[in-house]
Design a protein around this ligand. Sequence first.
Ligand SMILES: [Zn+2]
Length: 126
Amino acid sequence: MVVCFCGELTLVKTSWIPLNPARRFYACPTKDSICGFIRWVDPPMCARIKIIIPGLLRNINTLEERCNGLVRSINMLQKQCNGLLSRNNMLEARCDALKDEGFKLKMYLCASWFMFVTVIFSIWSM
Ligand SMILES: [Zn+2]
C-alpha cells in the first residue's frame, strides 16, 4: 500500500505519454489535487519499447477508427437494406393485386367468349 502526501491510498494509473508509454505509477486518488504525488510502479522502459508502444497505440487507434467507419457503413447498408425490403414487400403486394386483376380479366374474357359462342349457335340454330 502506498500513501500519497494527502495521506490517501494511491491509485495505480498507467502513463500513455511518449516518454513513458504503458508505464504504471502510483498517483493521488483525489481529482485535481495539488498533492502531486507520483511514484513509478514499473521500472523505466528501454528506448526501443518507447518507440514500439506508441507505434502500436497509433495502429490500434487507426484500426479502431477504421472499425468505427465500417460499423457506420454497416448501419447505413442496413438502413438501405430495410428500405429495399419494404419496397420489395410493397411491390409483391402490388404484384399479387395485379395477378388477381389478371385472373378476373381472364374470367371475363372466358365468359364473354362463352356468351359470344352461345349467341352464334343460337343464331345458327334458328
Ligand atoms: Zn494526495
